[in-house]
Ligand binder design. Structure first.
Ligand code: PEP
Ligand code: MN
Length: 364
């Protein structure tokens, strides 16, 4: 971790700079509650030397009315004071044009769009319209539902407004019957979004994915292993009595210790590393070629079986045979070290392709 703070614009512009890449940390309380809480949290976070951007929710979109909905604009002077005291740039969540105007009056450096706003194209467009001509970086959280086109749509609206510095925050997706996580990470969706937006910084929010502090380390490390550029982690001087999201917040001291446990990975390789990986990848390519040849051979046999069934008026599907194939595979697997899910998925795909082949032969 470098000496901080990295200038936010530098970070956006030099995202391949190794130092910037491995150390973009956003932290601060879920909500600004009191002036003292904001100033102390910011002070302690700045003292870790590891935080690049101070966050605090001022307007809180809550599931039900009557829950703490944020202090509102009255908290903005506290954030500005925190910025003056520590030198840390500040970020708040905005959901309406009016909130953007208020935030700008108080010298907020970065805006973020929350999950409940990304989900609504009307709201995102309202933000895009007010952001025209305003050169402020914007971070866009994934929508609460697992729909990356909606996420991409929000990026496009903000981009069309002329915003150059856009980052994406993966905070997980609402899902039914999920017990481990507050919001299911669905890493495959985030990774797809990340590769569609390779030019943008990609940040993980393990606080809202996990919903409890015990999960922060594991989720953070996983995101780093996947090549994310940074983390947004909620931190509060007294997490247990926080007015929102108490279970997932940690003290600045705990944040410091968590960050020192993380192993940052690099994505820029030197020549020697490239060669070493290339050797292994060539072996994989060779095996993939062989596998495709073998699969094609297998399907030719399926064609022959299809022809035989046709000539003898036998149905394509033979349930007993399908179970036999799976049983054989599971037995063989005792020495192969493949996962049961993989074997099932593999044979389902192969079986389906076989049925297509036989169907074709039967109906020719
Ligand atoms: C937050 O960051 O405190 C927040 C409300 O997040 P999200 O939009 O991801 O729910
Ligand atoms: Mn929160």
């Amino acid at each position: 971790m470098g000496t901080i703070p990295i200038n936010i614009t530098d970070f956006f512009n030099n995202r391949n700079n190794e130092r910037a890449k491995s150390s973009f940390i956003i932290s601060g309380p879920c909500s600004a509650e009191t002036e003292e809480q904001v100033l102390q949290t910011a002070q302690q976070l700045a003292a870790t030397g590891k935080v690049n951007l101070f966050r605090a929710g001022v307007w809180k979109p809550r599931t039900r009315p009557g829950m703490f909905e944020g202090i509102g604009s009255a908290a903005l002077p506290w954030l500005l004071q925190a910025k003056k005291n520590t030198g840390l740039p500040i970020t708040v969540e905005v959901a309406t044009a009016k909130q953007v105007e208020e935030a700008l009056k108080f010298e907020v450096d970065v805006l973020w769009i929350g999950a409940r706003t990304t989900v609504n194209p009307f709201s995102v467009q309202e933000l895009a319209d007010v952001l025209k001509g305003v050169g402020i970086p914007v971070l866009i959280k994934n929508p609460i539902n697992p729909d990356i086109d909606l996420w991409q749509g929000a990026v496009e609206r903000i981009e069309k407004a002329g915003v150059k510095e856009i980052g994406l925050i993966h905070r997980g997706f609402s899902s039914y019957g999920n017990t481990t996580y507050r919001n299911a990470p669905m890493w495959h969706l985030a990774i797809e979004m990340k590769s569609r937006n390779a030019d943008k910084i990609f940040i993980c929010d393990p606080s809202h994915i996990g919903g409890k502090r015990e999960l922060l380390l594991e989720i953070s490390q996983k995101s780093i292993d996947l090549g994310y550029d940074g983390l947004m982690i909620e931190s509060h001087i007294a997490p247990d009595i926080a007015w929102s999201d108490a279970a997932q917040q940690i003290t600045p001291e705990a944040l410091n210790s968590l960050l020192s446990k993380l192993i940052w990975r690099k994505s820029n390789l030197n020549i020697e590393e490239q060669n070493e990986l290339q050797k292994l990848r060539l072996q994989i390519d060779q095996l993939d070629d062989e596998l495709l040849q073998i699969l094609s051979k297998r399907m030719k046999i399926a064609d022959a079986i299809g022809l035989y069934k046709k000539q003898n008026n036998i149905t394509i599907l033979q349930a007993a045979r399908w179970n036999e194939i799976l049983d054989r595979a599971f037995k063989k697997n005792s020495t192969l070290d493949l996962s049961v899910e993989f074997i099932k998925k593999y044979f389902e795909a192969v079986h389906l392709e076989s049925i297509h082949h036989q169907n074709k032969v039967m109906n020719e």
